[in-house]
Design a protein around this ligand. Structure first.
Ligand code: ADP
Ligand code: MG
Length: 679
């Protein structure tokens, strides 16, 4: 177990008074444990100093060595501004050390003594200067010094001193939270060694060992926390259902379910008959038919006398789901309601009344609306679409509504298993592997910009046949300059190539109403061509769209390209995806070629992972996991794989981490998730 000193207030440490403590608090450091977990953001290696002229050339903070030859008279410029200066030499060049206001720092340095300085050199050969450098005696034992994130009122030296004090307080006796067997199996150094060497490494090697151990701990804690969320065995649902056949549902469907769909529905039914709530993710490529799975689960709830809520991120998606669910369920006498922002206040209140009375059994709406109070008579199942935008905590918060209803989450983002275990570790997963029969794959070509004119010609031919098309334009981010590019690109197309067609522009800076309006216009074929940045709404179904053209395709991850491609090929029309890139490198060509051949989102995401690492999955995308202090899932991916093995080893026999040897890890997991809903 953690020693009690760990949780002591930071003022427990010598030299930290209430005032200093306030500064630490600003950094989120409340306890001794928090302090020890305030890891350096960098290190300065004092063992290899540069010469003054070399250091001046880099323009960065550098380490130099030399001696102080003269301390200059103190200049008191005005009240509150005193400047101290000293001349420093490395026997080839001189520079002036400039120190603002710190008499203490100035007094520490002595003439004719050797020092190591760290800082940025400014000025020129005639007059080099270094302002407020870090100054260390040349015989300092710690040749690698940590650099910490600071806040006003703290400097590096203070933090280092306090950190030393904290480590000394434990006198090398810091508890070991990791079971022995795991330490041995994964060659981990001790926790004690790790903490000492992450802050004050003996050398680079010990620093790396320490880091590996701490990254391992952090990822393992996270993974175990996710698993604990999943097996929250104490939570009970008030919505336990009884198994009953839903043949009438299967019979009324206009198609045969795929095996994956059938299995996913069976998984849901099994889950909903348990005394603990379902927490299931249905993962399937675009077009794999997740809505039919949702409908099956909702129908099962209906047969058991429970209501279902389905939440979509946007109004247009909500409407789409409403239409599909109505088509499947209305013939079976299930009453489906659509709750959106465009209802009048009166309509809204009437509808809410009817929902509260139980007149509607399935309610589709936007997240925003469900966040306002919506009373159900007997809510048994909550379905959310495109959950990757929501965090673990938000997921957990939903659970509090109603009688702890069952939860089903639909995601169209295929994620390789390793990553899914982490991001969705708190959920059970059903995967829809195959697409419904008879789908034509989207024919995909990668071409260079030289063929752009021809590609435009091809797009026009499709438009003339009555189809619609998307062009994802060459925007890198949503900055002002790029936005101008997107706008002028759309304008140019409208004025030139596509002057006889209706061109719209969709980008991230538009308000959500505007976005919905444009998407709706496109859906209703009031636009022929939609120029869009990557915001093309996830999941919006425009069956008449048959071409997706993507500029600068090599800038995107394969998974993202696959997602974009999924916007077309959703109807009976033969569809095409044209990837334009002027990057003719072997690698780029190889990557894009994968898309021409491969149409399975899971396989594509595996390839992506192999070629680009997991950055695309963890980078810009919100995954909603707690913030990491030292681990970086992109660069620490190899450790993540080991961690998952370790997590399986540990939870196989002790899912709630109650065995004595696992208690230390449990405590860490509780701390990481701030005790939220874990226990
Ligand atoms: P997504 O998984 O992308 O949400 P949808 O649920 O929107 O996919 O389904 C895409 C289309 O496929 C819909 O028009 C739906 O009616 C149809 N569909 C779903 N399942 C099947 C199936 N088993 N056979 C044929 N068509 C299906
Ligand atoms: Mg969908």
């Amino acid at each position: 177990m953690m020693p009690s000193q760990f949780h002591k207030d930071i003022t427990y440490l010598k030299g930290v008074g209430p005032k200093r403590a306030e500064c630490y608090n600003k950094l989120g450091i409340m306890t001794v444990y928090d302090l020890l977990n305030h890891f350096p953001r960098a290190y300065i290696d004092f063992s290899n100093p540069l010469s003054i002229s070399q250091a001046a050339n880099t323009g960065n903070n550098e380490v130099i060595k030399g001696k102080v030859v003269k301390k200059l008279p103190v200049a008191r410029i005005k009240k509150g501004l005193t400047i101290y200066k000293a001349v420093f030499t490395d026997d080839v060049s001189d520079l002036t050390i400039v120190i603002y206001n710190s008499e203490y720092a100035f007094e520490q340095i002595e003439t004719y003594k050797e020092y190591i300085l760290y800082g940025k050199i400014t000025g020129n050969l005639v007059r080099f200067e270094i302002t407020n450098p870090l100054i260390l005696p040349v015989d300092t034992p710690d040749k690698i010094q940590p650099v910490y994130a600071l806040t006003e009122g703290l400097n590096q030296n203070m933090l280092r001193k306090t950190m030393h004090t904290a480590l000394e307080a434990f006198d090398g006796e810091i508890y070991e939270p990791m079971p022995k067997s795991i330490m041995q199996k994964y060659s981990l150094c001790s926790y004690n060694y790790a903490l000492e060497n992450i802050h004050f490494p003996k050398d680079i090697h010990s620093c790396e060992l320490a880091k590996r151990r701490l990254v391992f701990d952090e990822l393992l804690t996270l993974q175990l926390g996710m698993y604990m969320l999943k097996s929250r065995s104490k939570s009970r649902t008030g919505c336990m259902m009884n198994n009953c056949p839903i043949d009438e549902f299967y019979k009324s469907l206009p198609f045969e379910l795929t095996n994956g769909q059938q299995e996913a529905i069976n998984d849901c039914i099994k889950d909903m008959c348990k005394s603990s709530p379902m927490n299931r993710l249905v993962q399937g490529d675009v077009g794999s038919g997740k809505t039919a799975v949702a409908a099956g689960a909702a129908f099962f709830a209906y047969k058991n006398g429970f209501q279902t809520a389905l939440m979509a991120p946007t109004e247009i998606l909500a409407t789409q789901h409403y239409n599909t669910l109505s088509e499947f369920l209305t013939p079976l006498n299930v009453k489906v309601a659509l709750l959106t922002g465009s209802l009048t206040p009166k309509q809204k209140s009437t509808l809410k009344q009817q929902i509260a009375n139980g007149e509607y059994q399935v309610v589709v709406g936007t997240h925003a609306l469900f966040q306002q109070s919506t009373a159900f008579l007997k809510l048994g199942l909550v379905i959310t679409d495109e959950q990757h935008r929501f965090g673990v905590e938000q997921r957990a918060a939903l659970a509090l509504k109603g009688q702890n209803p069952h939860k089903l989450i639909m995601s169209a983002t295929p994620i390789p298993r390793t990553l899914a275990l982490m991001i969705y570790g708190d959920l059970d997963i059903s995967v829809l592997k195959e697409l419904p029969k008879g789908r034509q794959p989207v024919e995909t070509y990668a071409v260079t910009g030289k063929l752009r004119e021809r590609a435009f010609g091809f797009v026009k031919e499709r438009l003339d046949e009555g189809r619609q098309a998307y062009i994802v334009c060459p925007m890198i981010d949503e900055s002002e300059m790029d936005l101008q590019d997107a706008k002028s690109y759309a304008k140019k197309l409208q004025a030139g190539e596509f002057k006889n067609y209706r061109v719209g522009l969709l980008h991230g800076k538009l308000g959500s109403d505007e976005k919905e309006q444009i998407m709706n216009d496109f859906k209703e074929h009031k636009l022929d061509l939609l120029v869009a940045t990557t915001v093309v709404e996830v999941g919006v179904d425009v069956p008449n769209a048959a071409v997706m053209m993507i500029e600068n395709a090599d800038r995107f991850g394969l998974s993202q390209l696959h997602q974009l491609r999924g916007r077309v090929g959703r109807g009976e029309h033969k569809s095409y995806c044209i990837l334009i890139t002027d990057n003719v490198s072997e690698e780029s060509r190889k990557r894009l070629k994968i898309l021409s051949k491969e149409h399975d989102g899971f396989k594509i995401s595996e390839e992506d992972l192999k070629m680009r690492g997991p950055g695309d999955f963890f980078g810009s995308r919100q995954h909603g996991l707690p913030a990491m202090k030292i681990a970086d899932m992109s660069s620490d991916f190899e450790i993540l794989k080991l961690v998952q093995q370790a997590a399986e080893d540990i939870t196989a026999n002790d899912p709630m981490l109650n065995n004595p040897e696992n208690r230390g890890l449990k405590q860490l997991a509780l701390l990481l998730f701030k005790n939220k809903n874990l226990d």
